[in-house]
Design a binder for this molecule. Structure first.
Ligand SMILES: Nc1ncnc2c1ncn2[C@@H]1O[C@H](COP(=O)(O)OP(=O)(O)OP(=O)(O)O)[C@@H](O)[C@H]1O
Length: 272
């Protein structure tokens, strides 16, 4: 017997899927990157949107960190690096030599695997960036420090010890301090390279909660080896393998209905 399709149900289903209204912050088109002879990124196409968490997953050496460091041009610190293709940030090609890297660094903050506070007071860690950008007024600096520490969920823990050295904080606190340091420059994007891999489960959970808050205001790109973390906190996931993107889609889709067998094998732990 012929099975009738209920068109109303089909329409309702698609209408529930919101169109993508969010602005594209980064658009990567045909990006290739070489470290000398090593072809580390191959024909990458990927857009990154505001107010979303984009996770990058894949086995060791597949190019995740390289891609992240290309987004703020940190990768150029390696002298043998060559690129082709383009990455536009708000419509401008950041790989173009005429694009001033300083302009990018004020809009794009980065958090690393190991917390890396400066060997200075908690207060100075936050005030440092704004001071470099010319803010001298003590009252304004105080406000920025408080707002940034509050934004990174760490104000209550440090408000009575702002002049203490940041090295006296726990690892999880140091990582939230580093996130607060990013917020102080009022970025649009926060890049995170395995930000919880050096933290205990409780501190990890706090950072994950913080990421969920931050995405209301920022585009967040996170490299993670932790599949549960990617599934819990990201809106979109890109699966990298041998320098290529195998699949890039909504996180739900990647984890529940991957289109490529290799994606399914990786997320279910069959390799990597
Ligand atoms: N500074 C460098 N000089 C030469 N080759 C490099 C350099 N950094 C990375 N590579 C190479 O580029 C490829 C991608 O490395 P990348 O660090 O981006 O991978 P990854 O997916 O982030 O790995 P992991 O999960 O282990 O951090 C690897 O083959 C790596 O050996």
């Amino acid at each position: 017997m012929e099975k009738k399709i209920n068109l109303k149900l089909v329409r309702d289903h698609y209408e529930k899927e919101p169109a993508e209204p969010k602005e594209v912050v980064y658009d990567t088109k045909g990006l290739n990157l070489w470290y000398g002879e090593t072809h580390a990124l191959k024909n990458i196409h990927m857009d990154i949107r505001e107010k979303e968490v984009t996770a990058i997953i894949g086995p060791s050496g597949c190019g995740k960190s390289t891609y992240l460091k290309t987004l703020n041009r940190m990768v150029e610190l390696v002298p043998t690096v060559k690129t082709s293709g383009e990455i536009t940030y708000k419509g401008k090609n950041i790989l173009d030599r005429s694009f001033r890297v300083e302009d990018l660094r004020t809009k794009v903050g980065m958090v690393f695997q190991k917390p890396n506070p400066f060997p200075k007071s908690i207060y100075e860690n936050i005030a440092y960036g704004p001071k470099i950008h010319g803010i001298k007024n003590k009252k304004v600096l105080n406000e920025i420090v408080e707002k940034s520490l509050r934004g990174a969920f760490i104000w209550d823990e440090v408000k009575d010890r702002l002049q203490d050295n940041a090295y006296g904080l726990s690892g999880g606190q140091q990582q939230r301090l580093c996130i607060a340091r990013c917020l102080a420059i009022e970025p649009n994007v926060i890049l995170m390279d395995e930000p919880t891999s050096a933290l205990d489960p409780k501190s990890t959970l706090r950072i994950e909660e913080l990421i969920q808050e931050l995405k209301k205001d920022y585009a967040i790109v996170i490299v993670t080896h932790n599949m549960q973390q990617a599934a819990r906190i990201s809106d979109k996931t890109a699966f990298f393998l041998h320098g290529e993107i195998v699949e890039y889609d909504k996180t739900n889709r990647i984890f529940n209905h991957p289109r490529d067998e290799r994606t399914g094998d990786y997320i279910s732990g069959r390799f990597g």
